[in-house]
Design a protein around this ligand. Sequence first.
Ligand code: MN
Length: 288
Amino acid sequence: MNLGADKYGAELGPAALRNAGIKRNLKQCGYNIVDNGDITVHGKIEDENTNPKMKHYENIVFSSTKLAKSVEDSLLKKHFPLVLGGDHSMALGTIAGVSSFCKNNGKHLGVIWIDAHADMNTDETTLSGNIHGMPLAASLGFGNNILTGIYGFSNKIKSENCSLIGIRDVDDGEQALINKINFPTYTMEQVKREGITEITKKMLNQLTENVDFLHVSFDIDSIDPKLAPGVGTTVPNGFDEEEINTLMIMIAETGLVKSLEITEVNPILDIKNISSEFAVKASTFLMR
Ligand SMILES: [Mn+2]
């Protein structure tokens, strides 16, 4: 998927992550792996946009629905869905699938969104029209019902059962929504000031009170661009290696992580696949 970023490169993310040895790492952790292959995405970035405030929404909704079904099927088989992306618009599908499973199986879903950006835009606040800036808002039920209603229901998640960590580039419209709904956020500035262990403890204390199923949405642009330059939208002063690994280890220690997606790797902008290798290492800590 690259339509949500409106930029080429992220569609090569799954191949880059596979090449970085994610299967080998997870096998070493004791997993049996079923690779369902890539989900076909129709349309191209050059295609004319029928709505400049939600670019390529038709094809994004179509593939999100397929992804939702695939994720839900995987959970029904008691598997751990690991979704490799792809720009962050894919989260519309992943979270729809996870949420549907949780609703039908009496699970209380929590989401940890690791990102430099808030992904809290709607078609009314967006400056770019790129849907990869909207999936968190849409999953919460904010924005156009074309996006919020993917997979036939809304909302997918509740704000008090989510947290957003690593943010350092937030639009005014996004901040206004965060403030309005009192969305739990942990900024990169807080991480640098108070330390990752303290912040993660705080986050997990708040989050794990009411949830028994955690989905992690891991945007590689949360990592410092010096370590992971291969992303569509770099923002300086991100997580260093110790910080991201500590975050992953502490989240894993809750024992509640049941699904993960890795997003926004852009191999075209990368150097010798180091961003994917970094992402795979950090993700392995989460799944150990
Ligand atoms: Mn993102």
